[in-house]
Structure formats: C-alpha cells, structure tokens
Design a protein around this ligand. Sequence first.
Ligand code: ARG
Length: 457
Amino acid sequence: MSKKLWGGRFKKKIDKDFEEFSKSVQYDYKLAEYDIYHSIIHVSTLAASKILTPQEAQKLISVLSGILKEIRAGKFKYDPACEDIHSDIQNRVEKKVGELALKLHSLRSRNDQIVFDEKWYCLDQGIDIGKIVTALGIAVVEKAAKSGKDFFIGYTHTQRAQIISFSDYLYAWAEIFLKDCKRLNDFCEGLELVIGAGALTGTALKKEAYQKAAEQFLRADKIKKSWSVLNNALFTISDRDFIVEFLSILSLIQMHLSRMAEDFILYSTKEFDFFDLPEEFCTGSSLMPHKKNPDFLELVRGLTGKIYGNLMAILTTMKGLPLTYNRDMQLDKEPLFSSVETVKEELKIMAKFVKGIKLKKENIKEALKDEQLYATEIAEFLVTKKKVAFKEAHDVVGKLIRYSEDKKKKIEDMDDLVLKTFHPVLKAGDLKKIMTPKYAIDSKKSVSRALPKLKKK
Ligand code: ARG
C-alpha cells in the first residue's frame, strides 16, 4: 500500500478490494503534466505567502521540474499502488526531498487540482484536435482542387436530386470541418483556468499571490493562455460543464465523420459504383474471394455509439449531483480520454483515406444521362426565362417526366409538337441547352462558391 494524502481520523485500514475499486491512477496518470503545473504554481504561491522559504520553494520546484521533464520525454511510469496521480506525484517528491514534501500540499485540495488538470487537458487536446481537423479539411480541399470539372450527383432522401460538381461536394465537407475548428477554437478560448479553490471555499492564500504565480508560470513556459480570476470556489469545484461541452463538440465531429463514412460506403457499392476506395484501408472476406470491404468506414460509423455514449455517460453522472465535489466525478475521465483518443485516430486516418479515393468517372458519366436529373432546371428555366408560374412549371415538368417514363421515350427525342402538348413554350432546342451538367451548375447564381479558409496551424 502506498502513502495516502489522508488517513489521520481512520482507525481501520482500507478494505483491499475497495481500495483497488476506488483507484484512478491507472487512467488519471494522463493528467500528470498538468498536475505538476498545479504544484509549481502552488509552491510559488506558498513562497510568496511566506509559508515556504525561497530555498524550500526552489528545492520543490526543481524536483517537480525534474518529474515534468520525465513526463514530457514519455518516460514517466505511474505507480499502480497509488490512489491517484496526485498521490503518486506527492510520493515521488517525498522520496526526493523527504520531510519538506509534507509542505507541498499545504492549503490545497485534490478537488482544486483535478478540475485544474482536466481543464488544461481539454485545452491542449482542443488545440491538438483543431489541428487534426484542419489537416483533414485541407486533404478534402486539395482533393477538390484536383477534381477540376468533374461532375457528380447530389442526393436528397438518398434519391437522385440534381447535378453538382464533385468539388462542390468535397467543399461541403471542408465547410463542415471548418465549422468544427471554429467550435473547438471558441471552446478553448472560453476555458477559464483558475487555481486556489481549495476543497470548496478557497484558501487562506491571497488571490493576488495565486494570480502572480500563475502568470509567471505561463510566461516561463511560453504558454499562450490568460489566467482567469477565481470568482466562486464552489462553482469551480463543482463544474464539469466544460467536459460536457468538449464531448459535445467531439460528438458533432464524430457525427460528421460518420456521415462522411456512410456517403463513402454508399458510393463505393456496386449499386452506386462512383468511388473506388483505397485498398489499404479495406479488408477482404475469409470466404468470398471477390470482397473488398470498407471496414475503416464501418468502424468510424460504428464508433459513433462509443462517442455519443461517452457524452451521455458524463451527462448522466453529473445529473442530480449536489454541489460541490462528489467522488462520482472521478468517473468523468475515462469517457473524456476515450473520446479524445478515438476521434483523433479517426480524423488522422480519414485524411489519408480521402486522399486515396478515386472517382469512377465513366460510371458517373453514365449516371448523368438520367434526364430526370434536369427536371428542376427545366422548371426553373420556364419560370425565369418564360415567365411561367412556378406551380404550373412544376406540374408541366412532372407530367413530362411521367410521360417519358410511361412511354419509355427520352425527352431529348421529343420534338416541339410533342412538347407543345405539355406547354406551348416548351421547345426541343431550349431543352437541349438546359439538359447539360454544365448548364445545371452554371444556372445556380445564389451561391458564391467562396472556398473554405482552412489554414495549417
Ligand atoms: N481522483 C479524484 C477525481 O478524479 C481526485 C479528487 C479526489 N478528491 C477527493 N476529495 N477524494 O475526482
């Protein structure tokens, strides 16, 4: 059993099974770096408040900085015997400086440490995920730039709707990811980093001392983030809304990835046959020799259950919790880490996947022969150029399509005499001009087609 940060009032030893059951070090070790930040700022505040001598503070900070170096080099191995990461670091410091370490935790609570650590984690991960989403957006934009004048089919209700350019299709995704980046950015900017909330009511140390130590630490570590004033300690200790917010953004990103995966799966089926998927992200069947299955995309789609589940887990854990800290809140970490790690992995692979997609141009060309894809353009032509009322134009074109289907006769083979029976202004010459992919796209004047501004960070 390792040393604990509490115990004086207990007569009995902790039950072994319960001790294991209640441990969090096996996952909260991921917060080690931020816990050291807390300790360094705290030690400086204690020194400024004359609770530690400058020499004592110096000694503690030097040991803490040594552990920080180890963590940043990826060499830190948590001690599974410890209750949590706070106790682990405390014990390490004690091993190095002996009795002096007993002063490290003066006027401080793990309740303050944990919320501090988690905010830092969210901040770092928010910035990092922003970069990865940007990289995916850029991969999509580069693909769009290379697709030139390739046409594609736009769907509503998974039914053929209108002709689009393939680049517009891809830019839609870039636009979606750009919005995700903005959400992450706003989230990171809105995170309020505070310290000194104690167990729930604040501490005897002055807020100015905390403030000064924190700002000094940020400057020394070149961390671009401003410090916030601690207004209400009860709120700070109780607050896990930022985790719910972060997991909501990650859920949105997941939803986008899942929709993208679904599109790609559909377009790669023999039924659509528009996409050739990159083989290195597909798998075969152990029985059916012909199969090339889109497993990566299916896993992305399937992982939505986990990512939404993580958000629901935290929302449900927090529901009905009385102010302020409750041990239930320890359970916020695994869902948080799980969503962060999973979404990052998915985004990284999706960027490579997008680059590898090949458009089956011949098949698209064939599909574009479907005259029904131009029905809307014909109706719009009647309205804008022939001043027919839209309701009437809609009806006329609807009947024309129906006739073409029933008689198995192509519209392009109908002469003026036949067309006249639907509407006196319908002319074969006009229809020939309208029923081309280029016309369909050029006739859309309401869209600026400004390119999404995704910049590498
Ligand atoms: N492991 C705890 C958590 O993650 C740290 C805070 C513990 N505080 C306490 N009063 N037991 O929530």
